[in-house]
Design a protein around this ligand. Structure first.
Ligand code: AMP
Ligand code: TRP
Length: 338
């Protein structure tokens, strides 16, 4: 198979039937980092590839241990993705545990994966620090499940944020190890990034993340979004209102790039101190609410019709069955399990 195009900008390069896959954890409210870094590419790639998107509830079990919470968040994440533009007529949306064969493939992959590869994964090291009271085995095997997610569907194009780069690299290594041992079976997955592969959080330092609590949520009440944006750290060297700002290092200015064409004028206002940080933040609140207005309406409507969402997810999992059966039959045969 030829390599997929590395950016969303050149549709002519897409070979037919190349599959695109991505997963998102139902571990909390979706934020603008998720959208700018990944979800907007899920939406864009629906028309270029045969696209499959998955709410990864098995993965979320490594951190979420309450059944009702997981069920609720899984449905909310599906609702959010639909509201943001995933269209069940143009892509397949499903819940990971509804195609449990992925757990079998993960086990098979673990038998070609050296423990040392898993132990050196940066996210595993982080989680071990962040939740020392709960270093469960799922945190270690997380990337093997991710590799299985992708190649169960023989997908090769994977839209993600940059924080997933190490996971994707490990997925490629696992796939390569499998292909070396059992013969060419799977394409090597390749990450695809947006123009905003790393969105910083309201602290202006760390990446925006649910677990850090520095997010700007997409579907929170308007007042909450206002509070989150107004709390943003800007250029820390701009002390007085009359000091010139530095848009290159101000996260509020950086975010304006994604919510209007006139960001250079906004930046100019900051540089010349015509505008202050508070003005720029207020404008950002307005722009975010306007940009996501239609999605927020769709989200509220769909959340009130869970039956529709559940049916889309069920149909998604059912549609994938023939692909999964074919892959698993091939893998079992190659490994001597049949
Ligand atoms: P998660 O919520 O960790 O499942 O992430 C879902 C998707 O959003 C993944 O593709 C992440 O790489 C992406 N993502 C999460 N946070 C950010 C961020 N701050 N900047 C860019 N992409 C992000
Ligand atoms: N690890 C990803 C995250 O935390 C979620 C994920 C699971 C994923 N399986 C995947 C992403 C397969 C891309 C492909 O965001």
């Amino acid at each position: 198979m030829s390599e997929p195009a590395a950016s969303a900008a050149s549709p002519a390069l897409a070979p037919p039937r190349v599959r695109c896959f991505s997963g998102i954890q139902p571990s909390g409210a979706p934020h603008i980092g998720n959208d700018l870094g990944a979800i907007r590419n899920y939406v864009a790639l629906q028309d270029r590839f045969e696209s499959i998107y998955c709410i990864v509830d098995f993965h979320a079990l490594t951190t979420t241990h309450d059944a009702e919470t997981l069920r609720r968040r899984t449905r909310e994440m599906a609702t959010a993705l639909l509201a943001l533009g995933l269209d069940p007529a143009r892509c397949t949306l499903f819940v990971q545990s509804h195609r449990p064969e992925v757990a079998e493939l993960m086990w098979l992959f673990l038998t070609v994966t050296p423990v040392s590869w898993l132990e050196r994964t940066p996210t595993y090291k982080e989680k071990r620090e962040n939740q020392p009271e709960d270093v469960n085995h799922g945190l270690l095997t997380y990337p093997a499940l991710m590799a299985a997610d992708i190649v169960l569907y023989k997908a090769s194009v994977v839209p993600v944020g940059r924080d997933q780069a190490a996971h994707l690299e490990l997925s490629r290594e696992i796939v390569r190890a499998f292909n070396n041992r059992y013969g060419p079976t799977f394409p090597e997955p390749q990450a695809v990034y947006t123009q905003a592969p790393v969105v910083l959080g309201t602290d202006g330092v760390r990446k925006m993340s649910k677990s850090i609590g520095n997010t700007i949520e997409i579907f929170a009440p308007a007042d909450e979004i206002r509070r989150q944006v107004m709390s943003m750290v800007t250029d820390t060297q701009r002390i007085k209102r009359t000091d010139p700002g530095r848009p290159e290092i101000c996260n509020v200015c950086q975010l304006h790039r994604f919510f209007g064409d006139d960001y250079e004028e906004i930046w100019d206002g900051e540089r010349t101190a015509r505008t202050g940080c508070v003005d720029t933040k207020k404008l950002l609140v307005e722009r975010i609410l306007r940009h996501y207005g239609p999605a927020r309406e769709r989200y509220a409507e769909l959340l009130a019709s869970p039956v529709i969402v559940d049916r889309i997810l069920e149909e998604g999992a059912a549609r994938l069955r023939p692909i999964v059966d074919a892959t698993m039959a091939e893998v079992r045969e190659k490994m001597g399990l049949r």
